[in-house]
Design a protein around this ligand. Structure first.
Ligand SMILES: [Zn+2]
Length: 249
């Protein structure tokens, strides 16, 4: 544990984490771990105190916000940012790279090489999480919506449109107007369960309630639905913490 004197009245402790994947030095502040300095493994540790000293103003300004967040317990960020994101629904694994730039905001951009670059004020964990959730929404739009369309056509169950959301607990829903809402957190579930949820919502385009008639339709298209429903009860546990908390700013 190191410590930094912010002012005559305030000294804070921080920890140093050596990351195999980090390219640059990165500062993070979270409710669980406090101030953490993440450094590439070849980095000379003797340089850290002066580096942290130089970031003093930034730390002080973020610390106030962090303390305010930690005070309202539910609002406190509790999960560390990922270095790897697995999306079982799509059979994809993405490496995450954090690049500090002078920008005030944070953006997440991916290319075809399996890497997501989080760029900007990456010391702001909340902004990083928000950027990654926006990325997840785009990915869900790109991949889940065509999947929904394919099942829709396969079974002759047309819908009006699909919208990606980040609801806290609902995986998906279907409105009277046949608009289907899909949660980007579906990306963290295994493919058979995602397929079942897509099918379930498409069945609602014909039968809005959960009547015996509805379940008979589901049964006719997915005879194994009961075991999938059972598996789905554990679904929330598959969503990583950074992606599961509601975003409040
Ligand atoms: Zn339903």
């Amino acid at each position: 544990m190191y410590s930094l004197k912010l002012s005559d009245r305030q000294t804070i402790d921080y920890q140093v984490r050596i990351s195999r994947r980090a390219r640059n030095v990165r500062l993070t502040i979270s409710a669980r771990e406090g101030l953490t300095i993440i450094v590439p493994h070849a980095f000379a540790l003797s340089r850290i105190p002066s580096l942290v000293e130089a970031k003093k103003d930034w730390i002080a300004s973020h610390l106030e916000r962090f303390i305010a967040a930690a005070r309202s317990c539910e609002d406190a960020p509790t999960d560390a940012l990922p270095e790897v994101i697995s999306l079982p629904a799509l059979g994809e694994t993405w490496q995450v790279e954090y690049r500090e730039t002078p920008a005030r905001s944070v953006a997440a951009v991916s290319d075809g090489t399996g890497k997501i670059v989080i760029r900007g004020a990456v010391g702001d964990e909340r902004a990083c999480r928000a950027a990654m959730k926006r990325w997840l929404s785009r990915r869900a739009g790109d991949r889940l919506v065509p999947w929904l369309l394919q099942i829709s056509e396969q079974h002759g169950l047309p819908f009006l449109r699909a919208v990606i959301k980040g609801q806290r607990t609902r995986w998906a829903s279907c409105s009277r107007s046949k608009t289907i809402n899909l949660n980007y957190k579906l990306l963290f579930l295994p493919p058979p369960i995602v397929r079942y949820i897509l099918l379930h919502e498409l069945c609602h385009t014909r039968q809005l309630d959960h009547s015996p008639k509805f379940w008979a339709l589901v049964m006719s298209l997915e005879p194994e639905y009961r075991s999938l429903v059972k598996e789905l009860r554990q679904g929330q546990k598959l969503v990583p913490g950074w992606a599961s908390h509601a975003q409040r700013r």
